[in-house]
Write a protein that binds this ligand. Structure first.
Ligand code: PBG
Length: 329
């Protein structure tokens, strides 16, 4: 009781604050998303994601080495697929010599200990910009899960340590897990996007991969029949528990900042590591506001990643990973 307790004593200076700080960000917290494109010598900035780039495989090598030197030891690969290779069922995703498969090998080649996670979903390969196969205005669930399982095997064969299904089809974790077991990939992990919400914050990512749903009759305009409704909370726990039962090693809540209540609830409910994806729109907001001089970039970046960790994230997938690590080292 006051004045016996004066809480400000623990805030008096940086030494005492750092001594009692509960949440500390380190390079080990981060999973780094990387965008890969075909070509040579390509490092193109993504318009809606300032200072974030798509790399061709030759330049990906240098980027990966730099990450490793900074202490960033896990990457999450995404590929931008040329339009002429897109169709409705992700045929190109299964190409053993496809861009993803070559990207996995490239990373493992330059940096064998780098943990490689791969995005598993149809949207970068889909002529319709959907995470699953489209038929009569609907997204087919079980047929899509079968393709995702084949994709996962293909990534595992190329050397991926973890596959990361980001599609939200029902039952796909079990389908993928059984396929991996059947093929002998008993050590390949699954990081499931288990509570992934239908969010407007994915806009810049869809620019990066040119993967937005197309505007055509009989093609759903959004992803609301598979990604979760942002009004829902209890459903996030059910989705997550089901994915764990089906064989997920790591579960994920996505996006980050608007969903930190969900992160805490999931963290308290489960006993596997919880990942949080601070998504492209969250990155873009900080970049835009700080370019205008309205927010202090580094300060809001640190505040947000710390909030994500404080909420319960064991793993943070973030486009800020490099910026953060440079700032704190
Ligand atoms: C698609 C996928 C998306 C993201 C990761 N995987 C976008 C979407 O669901 O449309 C978003 C990542 C981001 O916005 O940073 N499978």
């Amino acid at each position: 009781m006051y004045p016996l307790r004066r809480n400000r004593r623990l805030r008096a200076n940086e030494s005492i604050r750092s001594l009692v700080r509960e949440t500390i960000i380190t390079p080990n917290d981060f999973l780094v998303p990387l965008f890969v494109v075909e070509g040579k010598g390509v490092k193109e900035e993504i318009a809606s994601m300032p200072n974030y780039y798509r790399f061709s495989l030759d330049l990906l090598e240098g980027e990966v080495k730099e990450l490793w030197k900074l202490g960033l030891k896990s990457v999450l690969l995404f590929v931008k697929v040329p339009d002429n290779l897109k169709d409705n069922k992700g045929t190109e995703a299964l190409n053993p010599n496809g861009l993803m498969q070559r990207a996995i090998k490239t990373v493992k080649n330059v940096c064998p200990d780098m943990l490689v996670m791969t995005d598993v979903a149809l949207d970068p390969y889909s002529a319709y910009g959907h995470d699953g196969i489209v038929k009569n205005g609907m997204i087919l669930n079980d047929d899509t899960a079968d393709v995702l399982a084949e994709m996962s095997i293909s990534h595992a064969k190329a050397g991926a340590n973890f596959v990361a299904p980001s599609d939200m089809m029902d039952g796909r974790i079990l389908t993928i897990r059984e396929a991996l077991e059947d093929e002998g990939f008993i050590n390949t992990g699954i990081m499931s996007y288990s509570a992934k919400y239908a969010s407007a914050f994915y806009g810049p990512f869809r620019d990066a991969l040119d993967s937005a749903p197309v505007d055509m009759i009989d093609v759903p305009k959004d992803k609301k029949t598979y990604q979760m409704d942002y009004g829902n909370r209890i459903e996030a726990i059910r989705e997550t528990e089901m994915d764990i039962d089906e064989g997920a090693d790591i579960v994920m809540v996505k996006p980050g900042l608007c969903y930190l209540d969900i992160v805490r609830e999931v963290k308290d409910a489960v006993d596997v590591p919880v990942a949080v994806y601070q998504v492209s729109g969250e990155y873009a907001m900080i970049k835009a506001a700080s370019e205008k001089g309205w927010l202090n970039h580094d300060a809001v970046m640190m505040e947000q990643v710390t909030a994500i960790k404080r909420a319960g994230a064991d793993v943070i997938a973030s486009y800020f990973a490099k910026d953060v690590v440079k700032l704190i080292s």
